[in-house]
Design a protein around this ligand. Structure first.
Ligand code: SF4
Length: 83
């Protein structure tokens, strides 16, 4: 698979995950939970510095309580089962 195609698939997966959060009322994760998840992602081989590159994800990942941050959504799960 080309890098461009992989990127498009990952971004589409990320968009689907964000939209599922909208439909569930967007419950937020606590700052402590974001920090816990952040530490795990930073040590993960699938984290590229800003995005989870798991084939079913493609989400932005950071330690900030922002809308476009997978870690900030309470109902989100790590696609690799790490958190
Ligand atoms: S969400 Fe899971 S798979 Fe993705 S970077 Fe974080 S720990 Fe790795």
């Amino acid at each position: 698979m080309s890098a461009a195609r992989f990127d498009r698939r990952n971004r589409a997966g990320g968009a689907l995950q964000y939209s599922s959060g909208v439909y569930t009322g967007m419950p937020q994760a606590s700052p402590a939970e974001i920090d816990r998840r952040w530490a795990i992602c930073q040590a993960c081989e699938l984290f590229d510095g800003s995005i989870c590159t798991h084939k079913s994800c493609g989400c932005n990942v950071s330690n900030e309580q922002k809308f476009l941050n997978k870690l900030a959504w309470a109902e989100q799960k790590c696609p690799a089962g790490k958190w």
